[in-house]
Design a protein around this ligand. Structure first.
Ligand code: HEM
Length: 427
C-alpha cells in the first residue's frame, strides 16, 4: 500500500509538471539560469561553433544564412525560457515543421543538435537542472522537425540516441537500472538503426557473491534481445562451496511512447518483456545429496518471467521514473528455482526505480524490487539499492551501488548487503 501511495504521488507530480510543458515558463528562472539575453547569445554562438564542426549534421547548414538562424534561435530560446523576447522567425508562430521539412531530418540529426546544445550549455556553466528545463521545451519539437527515417533499420549502427537514454544493464541482462528492467531499449541505435551493449556485474555481500555478464542488442529502438549468465557463490562455511549458475534469455518490445521526446505528455514509454531462465544446477552441496534446486523445494529448475515496464524521463525535474510489474514464480531471480513448497503459482511483483540526473552523464538513484516468498528454506525478501551511474560516453559506463538483497536462506538470517559494481560497453 505504501508503495502504491508513493507511486500515485509521483504520478500526480509528473502530470502537474507536464501540464506546463511546451509553453514558456511563467517566471524567468530558466532565462536567468541561461544568463539572460547575453548568456543566450553566448550559448547559441557556442552551439553553432560545435554544430558546424559536427560531422553528423554540419552539411545540413550549408548555404543557409547562419547569423540569421542564430538570431532566430536565440529569440526562440529566450521566449521559451520565460525571457522578454518574441520569436520573429520568417515563418512566424514557431512553425518548426515548415522551417525544417525540406531538410529531411531524422532522429540522429535531431539528437546530434540536442547534444551539441547540451555541450554548449555546459561550456557556458549553465546548471544541469536549467539545461534540462530548456531541453524539456525543445524535445517535443522532434515530432515536427523529424520528417525522415522510421523505415526498416539500416545495417550500420548510428550511435544516435542521447547519452544515458539506453539505460545501463540490470543483473538479468535487460536494459534498465541495476536490478529492475526499464522500458528503454539497449544500445544507442535510434529507430533507424541498431545498437548493442555488453556488461559484467559483481555484487558482493558478507556471505555471497553474484557475478553476472552478458550482451544485448537493440533493433530500431523497438526490440531488445538479451542473453546473460549468473554465477552465484557462497563465501561462508558450510556454504562456502555453494555454486549456482543460471542462464537467462530475454526479449523486450517497446509498445508505445517515447521516454525522451514526449515531454509535453504524461504518457511514459511502455515496454513488455520476458526473461526465460534456466537454472544449471547446484554445486558444492554434493555431500548433502543436493545437486538441483528442486531438492531444495523448488517446483522446477526453469521458468519465465513476464513484465511490463513504464519509464518516463521528466527533464523539467531532471528525474527518471520507472515502474515495472513482473509476473513471476522465481526464487531469488531463479537462482533457487521456480515455485516452492510454500506456494507454486505466479505472482505479480512491483519494482520501482527513480534516478536524478545530476548531469547528463551522472545519474544518482534508488531501486526497489519486491519478490515472492515461495521456498520454506529461503526467507526471501525484497532487493533494494542506491546507485550512481557514470556514463562518460556511448561506449562505456560504470555503475556503483550499495545493494540490500535481504536474507538468502533460513540457515543464515543475516541481511545480505554489499557493493554492486557494473561495467558496460556498447554502441
Ligand atoms: C529542437 C530543435 C530545433 C530547434 C528549436 C530549431 C530552431 C530553428 C529556428 C528558430 C530556425 C530559424 C527559422 C527562421 O528563420 O525563422 C531554424 C532554422 C534552421 N534549422 Fe533548426 N531547429 C532545431 C533542430 C534542427 C536540426 C536538428 C537541424 C539539422 C540538423 C536544423 C537545421 C536548421 C537549418 C538548416 C535552418 C535554416 C532553415 C532556413 O532558413 O530555411 N534545425 N531552426
Amino acid at each position: 500500500m505504501n508503495y502504491l501511495c508513493r507511486l500515485a504521488g509521483a504520478g500526480m507530480f509528473a502530470v502537474s509538471a507536464l501540464a506546463s510543458a511546451q509553453t514558456p515558463y511563467a517566471d524567468d528562472e530558466v532565462y536567468r539560469g541561461l544568463g539572460g539575453k547575453q548568456g543566450i547569445t553566448r550559448i547559441v554562438d557556442a552551439l553553432f561553433e560545435i554544430t558546424l564542426a559536427d560531422p553528423r549534421i554540419r552539411d545540413t547548414f550549408d548555404g543557409f544564412d547562419i547569423p540569421v538562424v542564430k538570431e532566430r534561435l536565440a529569440e526562440q530560446i529566450c521566449e521559451f525560457a520565460g525571457g522578454p523576447c518574441k520569436y520573429t522567425g520568417k515563418y512566424k508562430n514557431r512553425d518548426m515543421k515548415t522551417v525544417h521539412e525540406d531538410l529531411k531530418l531524422n532522429n540522429l540529426h535531431f539528437n546530434a543538435l540536442a547534444e551539441d546544445l547540451q555541450i554548449a550549455l555546459e561550456r557556458n556553466h549553465v546548471p544541469s537542472r536549467v539545461s534540462n528545463q530548456l531541453l524539456a521545451k525543445l524535445a517535443p519539437m522532434q515530432r515536427d522537425i523529424v520528417t525522415a527515417g522510421g523505415g526498416a533499420p539500416q545495417a550500420k549502427p548510428d550511435h544516435g540516441k542521447l547519452i544515458a537514454t539506453g539505460g545501463v544493464t540490470a543483473v538479468e541482462g535487460s536494459a534498465g537500472g541495476g536490478i529492475v528492467p526499464w522500458a528503454l531499449i539497449a544500445g544507442y541505435g535510434t529507430r533507424d538503426s541498431w545498437g548493442a551493449s555488453a556488461f559484467a556485474t559483481r555484487v558482493a555481500t558478507q556471505d555471497y557473491s553474484l557475478v553476472s555478464y552478458g550482451a544485448a542488442i537493440g533493433i530500431g529502438d523497438r526490440v531488445e534481445i538479451s542473453l546473460a549468465r549468473q554465477d552465484f557463490e557462497g563465501e561462508l562455511a558450510p556454504l562456502d562451496q555453494l555454486r549456482i549458475k543460471q542462464d537467462i534469455a530475454g526479449i523486450k518490445l517497446r509498445v508505445v511512447g517515447d521516454a525522451v521526446y514526449e515531454q509535453d505528455h504524461w504518457t511514459p514509454q511502455i515496454a513488455i518483456g520476458l526473461q526465460h531462465k534456466k537454472n544449471k544446477g547446484v554445486g558444492g552441496l554434493g555431500a548433502l545429496g543436493v545437486t538441483s534446486v528442486t531438492q531444495l523445494g523448488a517446483k522446477s529448475a526453469s521458468g519465465t518471467d513476464f513484465y511490463v515496464s513504464a519509464t518516463k524521463i521528466l527533464l523539467e525535474q531532471s528525474l527518471l521514473l520507472n515502474a515495472t510489474l513482473r509476473s513471476t514464480r522465481a526464487n531469488q531471480m531463479g537462482l533457487l528455482g521456480f515455485g516452492g513448497d510454500r506456494q507454486g503459482s505466479r505472482r505479480l511483483m512491483p519494482e520501482f526505480s527513480v534516478g536524478y540526473l545530476l548531469t547528463r552523464k551522472l545519474v544518482l538513484g534508488a531501486e526497489y524490487r519486491r519478490k515472492p516468498h515461495n521456498l520454506g528454506v529461503d526467507n526471501e525478501k525484497a532487493y533494494k539499492d542506491i546507485f550512481l551511474a557514470w556514463l562518460p560516453n556511448r561506449h562505456f559506463s560504470l555503475t556503483a551501488a550499495y545493494a540490500d538483497l535481504g536474507t538468502i536462506t533460513i540457515f543464515n538470517p543475516k541481511t545480505q548487503r554489499g557493493l554492486y559494481l557494473s561495467a558496460q560497453t556498447g554502441f
